[in-house]
Write a protein that binds this ligand. Structure first.
Ligand code: GDP
Length: 478
């Protein structure tokens, strides 16, 4: 890999760093990690050992301050010799008791060994990246794994950390480099008649195939990104239909105030939930109606913004009112449409679940009414229909987020999307150059830019490096 690092970065890269690597606060066990050329020195000076222990084998030792000789703690020490360690350096791990003073005393003792410096945030992973142990998508996967709060987020992050996304982009980069090598060879050698026929046609076909694959990857409904950041679900509807009661039932706590007085909820009330492994940001909003009060007006404006921005809308209506309306006038679907008009809402039915609440007050049997709309009947009083609501919600969430363990890796960050869109735009320009018989040098430049964007994704592939790889196996002419 080509490395360009400044003096201070180089100093940090070749020095020895140490940090408390397990969680902060009191705990049974804390792990302190040391990485760099001085790791063995640290190990020997704190344990008194003359020889390093066998690689990756835990041994029980007393740890002492190298200056005063005072015992700090008793615990396990492990040695991971370079390059078979997380960072690629010599790494030592101390597993000590997780008390605040124990950790502080160990860190201070390690700091007394010459040329050992406290690590800055992300330093260990940066070393792993610079040592070629991980690409950028894997680094991002690791960061996501550390902050994953739900099962589906954990699965997605783990797959990314294991390199599933990076491998896909690497495969595309290699295909593209191959195409570029052929175009450049054609530019350099075609006049000597030293190159096979049909080279450009083959490249054109390969780029078209790659474009198709990239377009498919881009039109993923942003599943990976939604899963990573959490699904925003907005509860909207007229006042007093039971929106806050539904939020409280789903959150299993009284997060929003419930009263029989219309217009209680003014601001957006948000709760974070884990629904069947999917992360959800659930928002209760002000009831939609004509309001005169300035505060309520602002609440209603915020409710509309929340509904517009949401990945999924839960439209709540009062079941008795909807059924009364549909019996008296227009039928079920039209009375729902009328309700939407009354709320002045435009909602994509695909991203909406209609909740007919207060089912307990219904005189007719709701199964008498049929509809193609996504309708769930609930009662916050009797809890009737709540399991069905959870089931429908989870189905929607799984459509919105996908099932990371069962499908191809999806884009998980806006950064990925931007580079892939750039790559796709350059490929389109390349195909246009070919179609309109533009100068091949200009066409080749489009491929180079497309490739550069894939390289930026993983942070690992340089165009020159890939070309070397391809040219080494590429045979021009006979
Ligand atoms: P919001 O204004 O839409 O948020 O509605 P709330 O959740 O504050 O509820 C308004 C009133 O309706 C309260 O008195 C609730 O106790 C009552 N309520 C909510 N859900 C139900 C339900 O399913 N059945 C009945 N009978 N009353 C409900």
């Amino acid at each position: 890999m080509l490395l360009r690092i400044g003096n201070s970065a180089a100093k940090r890269f070749f020095s020895t760093i140490y940090a408390h690597s397990s969680g902060q606060g009191k705990s049974g066990v804390a792990v302190i990690r040391v990485s760099g050329p001085k790791s063995i020195d640290v190990l020997k000076r704190l344990t008194g050992l003359k020889k390093v222990p066998l690689p990756r084998t835990a041994i029980l030792r007393k740890f002492s301050n190298p200056t005063t000789g005072c015992t700090i703690d008793k615990g396990l020490v492990l040695f991971f010799p370079a390059p078979k360690s997380f960072t690629g350096d010599d790494v030592v791990e101390f597993h000590i008791h997780g008390g605040k003073a124990v950790v502080a005393a160990m860190l201070s003792a390690i700091g007394q060994v010459q040329n050992c410096f406290p690590a800055e945030p992300g330093d260990f992973t940066r070393r792993a990246f610079l040592a070629g142990k991980m690409d950028l998508t894997e680094v991002e996967g690791l960061a996501d794994l550390l902050s994953a709060e739900t099962e589906a987020q954990r699965q997605q992050a783990l797959l990314q950390m294991e390199g599933h996304l990076g491998q896909l982009y690497k495969k595309w980069a290699e295909q593209l480099a191959r195409c570029m090598a052929h175009v450049e060879a054609f530019i350099d050698f075609s006049e000597d008649d030293n190159i096979e026929d049909g080279v450009l046609e083959a490249v054109d076909k390969q780029v078209k195939n790659l474009m198709k694959e990239i377009q498919g990857h881009l039109s993923d409904g942003r599943r990976g990104e939604i899963l990573r950041s959490g699904v925003s679900v907005s509860i909207v509807g007229e006042p007093n239909v039971g929106k806050s009661s539904i939020l409280n039932t789903l959150a299993q706590r009284p997060a929003a105030i419930v009263t029989s007085q219309a217009g209680t909820t003014r601001d957006v009330v948000q709760v974070s939930l884990d629904l069947g492994g999917y992360p959800v940001q659930l928002s209760d909003t002000a009831g939609l109606r004509e309001a005169n009060d300035e505060v309520e007006k602002e609440g209603i404006r915020r409710a509309r913004v929340s509904a517009e921005k949401a990945d999924l809308v839960l439209l709540v209506a009062s079941a008795p009112e909807i059924y009364r309306d549909s019996l008296q006038n227009m039928g079920f679907d039209d009375s729902i449409k009328k309700y939407l008009r009354k709320c002045d809402l435009e909602i994509n039915p695909k991203n909406c679940i209609i909740i007919l609440n207060k089912n307990d007050l219904l005189e007719n049997d709701p199964s008498d009414f049929t509809t193609d709309l996504n309708v769930v009947h609930t009662s916050c009083e009797s809890r009737e229909g709540m399991n069905q609501l959870l089931k429908v919600l989870q189905e929607k969430l799984s459509l919105l987020c996908g099932e990371p363990s069962k499908e191809c890796p999806t884009i998980t960050q806006a950064r990925h999307r931007a580079h892939i869109e750039n790559c796709s735009n350059y490929l389109q320009k390349f195909l246009l150059c070919m179609e309109e018989n533009h100068d091949l040098v200009i066409a080749a430049e489009q491929l180079r830019q497309a490739l550069r964007n894939l390289g930026l994704l993983t942070g690992k592939v340089s165009t020159e490096q890939l070309l070397d790889l391809v040219f080494s196996e590429f045979c021009i002419g006979k």
